[in-house]
Design a protein around this ligand. Structure first.
Ligand SMILES: NC(=O)c1ccc[n+]([C@@H]2O[C@H](COP(=O)([O-])OP(=O)(O)OC[C@H]3O[C@@H](n4cnc5c(N)ncnc54)[C@H](OP(=O)(O)O)[C@@H]3O)[C@@H](O)[C@H]2O)c1
Length: 344
């Protein structure tokens, strides 16, 4: 059994990673179609040792495509995902357009796989925000053990989270600083090279940003609506890999040793936690890896049942493309999707 899969946004950071991961994991494809905007028509992207010619989204007919992985931003998704879903093609959407829709499941396969069955309502499944995906992978097994009451998180998010333009801006600004050229600010609100910016996405009335709000809303939707969470999201001059300093308050006692043992066994998690120089993970080392890495696990004596830790993952993989491909695998494993075209 194999499936015709379309990738919308195939020329982007996430779309390219999507093609790599579909190939690496041997997802059963009969055909892969690379789609983007008219700007990219005819350009080429790689899928394993094959080269795919990019086609335009608005001239493509989805009626014989089984799965569409959307990775072209919220506006494109709002316009196209419902139309594609109505053609009987299951959409796995990377944008925030449908994440908070109660008729659309928001899925991290290690956390809430059973919620996927809801997808038939709109034929759309949402992929979470990159910072939330890695956070809930680590929180879920700890919540099962000791019930989380409250989470305080500060993020250190790489520029690839802002798309290929974000990566280009860090590169050109860094070069400009070294050659004493003028530094242009286009994509971010302030200079990102040799700086950090405590602002991701738009400001809301309460002073939080939309990125911070997303972490709250998505953690509640996927893990437990009773969990209280407060976030400060910060952009840092790192190309790939989001990091998070996390403080967690539990209802029941849990020691650092217990947390370490639980996380060692938990799906998608890898513990790297030696209390010595270099005995922890940094975002540079997470790039290209699938795991959510957890380091610096320690008890917080300022509250009852408190732990602090450092959580790092490749935002283009677990934060986006890998999670989307895992969702596609879940559809197949559970027999929730059948290919439209039978193999000859
Ligand atoms: N980067 C992350 O860590 C991350 C994590 C989670 C979710 N996401 C989400 O994933 C999506 C893509 O992010 P990205 O980082 O890959 O962005 P990106 O590098 O800027 O790529 C954007 C992609 O969308 C395509 N596109 C733009 N407008 C289009 C249109 N009108 N029709 C068809 N295709 C269009 C672009 O095609 P052209 O080349 O033709 O312009 C490009 O392929 C966003 O929704 C983002 O929020 C990203």
């Amino acid at each position: 059994m194999s499936f015709k899969v379309a990738i919308v946004g195939a020329t982007g950071n996430v779309g390219r990673e999507m093609l790599n991961i579909l190939e690496e994991r041997g997802f059963p494809v009969s055909e892969v179609v690379a789609l983007a905007s008219r700007r990219s028509q005819g350009t080429e992207v790689s899928f394993g040792d094959r080269t795919l010619k990019v086609r335009t989204l608005d001239q493509y007919d989805f009626s014989d495509t089984d799965i569409c992985i959307m990775s072209a931003g919220g506006n494109v998704s709002k316009e196209w995902s419902p139309k594609i879903g109505k053609q009987g093609c299951v959409v796995i959407d990377n944008s925030s357009a449908f994440r908070y829709d109660q008729d659309v499941p928001l899925i991290v396969p290690e956390v809430n796989p059973d919620a996927i069955s809801l997808f038939t309502r709109k034929n759309i499944i949402a992929n979470p925000n990159c910072s939330t995906a890695q956070l809930v992978v680590a929180l879920k097994p700890l919540h099962d053990f000791a019930t989380i009451k409250r989470v305080v998180v500060a993020t250190y998010q790489s520029v690839s989270g802002a798309g290929k333009e974000g990566m280009d801006e860090l590169f050109t600004q860094t070069r400009a600083v070294f050659v004493a050229d003028s530094v242009d600010v286009k994509k971010f609100t302030k200079r990102i090279a040799f700086n950090v910016i405590p602002h991701i996405d738009v400001f809301l009335d309460d002073g939080f940003t939309k990125e911070e709000w997303k972490m709250v809303a998505e953690t509640k939707k996927m893990l437990d609506p009773k969990i209280k969470l407060t976030a400060t999201c910060v952009r840092v001059p790192v190309f790939i890999g989001h990091s998070e300093a996390v403080n967690i308050e539990f209802e029941k006692p849990i020691t650092a040793d217990e947390a370490r043992e639980i996380l060692r066994e938990a799906p998608g998690c890898q513990v790297i936690d030696k209390r010595e120089d270099g005995g922890y993970i940094t975002p540079l080392e997470s790039a290209g890896e699938d795991a959510t890495f957890i380091s610096r696990i320690r008890e917080d004596s300022t509250i009852d049942n408190g732990l602090s830790m450092w959580i790092v993952s490749d935002n283009l993989r677990k934060g986006a493309a890998l999670n989307a491909v895992q969702i596609a695998e879940l559809l197949v494993e559970r027999g929730l999707i059948q290919p439209k075209k039978k193999a000859a």
